[in-house]
Design a protein around this ligand. Structure first.
Ligand SMILES: NC(=O)c1ccc[n+]([C@@H]2O[C@H](COP(=O)([O-])OP(=O)(O)OC[C@H]3O[C@@H](n4cnc5c(N)ncnc54)[C@H](OP(=O)(O)O)[C@@H]3O)[C@@H](O)[C@H]2O)c1
Length: 270
């Protein structure tokens, strides 16, 4: 990645997170450039960042090996129409826009350009991100590998078929919001049973982190790990009974299903 020149078109929340990750991983600031829509925002961001931030998407795209598209789904078309004459098959276009298929991007570009579609998430800001990627019809294994190395700088990366990208969006891209609600609820529960709020919050957050780390490190089925905590006639099983009665499982499943369905609609909005 260190030799590549990267342009982030749309330096918003996720664009910023990816850029910070790349710079932290050793991308020289001289190899990066970014754009936003509003000149005053470009000016403000340019003062805070070690890289040039402007509004000229065409110039930014022209000078890059990897062009990252990080604008809202409904702005992807106008952005591609703007830069189409400046993008060549020697470059790699990576789009993180939810709901936008690789074929849509390929069809708007003037030449048969390699495209990788990616769906990162906000924990990428602390190097604990989860990104799903898939390739368009002109992208080779080498292009997929470039994208994987880019997203590996901010966490884990999995390669999936494009038909699964909306599901990745509903699970791991929306997922942090669902988990923050669980984290907040557990902390609230700690307060209810008498713990100071700051202690309750750290107990809750570290418990989620630890449980997730055990699953990732061991690969064990979550049900098996749950059973290890659940002593017969102990206190955990009483808590589990409450969770089942409150339909936590089915509620979470329905949340991901809804978010996945919604992910299919975003690019068609004004
Ligand atoms: N947030 C997440 O957790 C997440 C996760 C995965 C993927 N994504 C995807 O990432 C994309 C951006 O989401 P976000 O949450 O980062 O949104 P955001 O914070 O609103 O950022 C969008 C950025 O795009 C810029 N922009 C809009 N039109 C532009 C144009 N024509 N040329 C250059 N820049 C332009 C905006 O500039 P101004 O600031 O000047 O308006 C803004 O900085 C979306 O497609 C979303 O689906 C988001």
């Amino acid at each position: 990645m260190k030799q590549q020149r990267v342009a982030v078109l749309g330096l918003g929340k996720i664009g910023n997170i990816l850029l910070q990750g790349l710079l932290k991983a050793g991308l020289p600031p001289g190899n990066a450039v970014a754009t936003v829509r509003h000149p005053e925002r470009a000016q403000a961001l340019g003062k805070e960042r070690p890289i040039p931030v402007g509004t000229d998407n065409r110039a930014a795209a022209r000078g890059a090996d990897v062009v990252i598209i990080a604008v809202k789904p409904q702005n992807v078309r106008e952005l591609l129409e703007e830069i189409r004459a400046d993008v060549t098959p020697a470059q790699l276009v990576i789009s993180v826009a939810a709901s936008v298929p690789t074929a849509f991007i390929e069809n708007l570009l003037a030449t048969p350009t390699p495209v990788v579609r990616a769906m990162p998430n906000t924990p990428s800001q602390v190097g604990a991100g989860m990104t799903g990627i898939c390739r368009g019809k002109h992208a080779t294994d080498a292009h997929l590998d470039t994208a994987r190395r880019l997203f590996d700088t901010v966490g884990r990366t999995v390669v999936v078929d494009e038909k699964h990208m909306d599901a990745v969006t509903g699970l791991s891209a929306s997922g942090p919001a669902f988990v923050y609600i669980i984290l907040e609820s557990l902390a609230e529960a700690g307060v209810k049973v008498g713990l100071p709020r700051d202690i309750a919050t750290v107990l809750s957050a570290q418990t989620l982190l630890g449980a997730a780390k055990v699953q990732l490190d061991t690969g064990d089925h979550p049900a098996l790990l749950k059973d290890m905590v659940t002593t017969p006639a102990g206190c955990t099983i009483d808590g589990i009974l409450e969770l089942e009665e409150g339909k936590l499982r089915v509620t979470l499943i329905k949340a991901v299903v809804k978010a996945t369905q919604r992910a299919k609609e975003l690019m068609f909005e004004k």
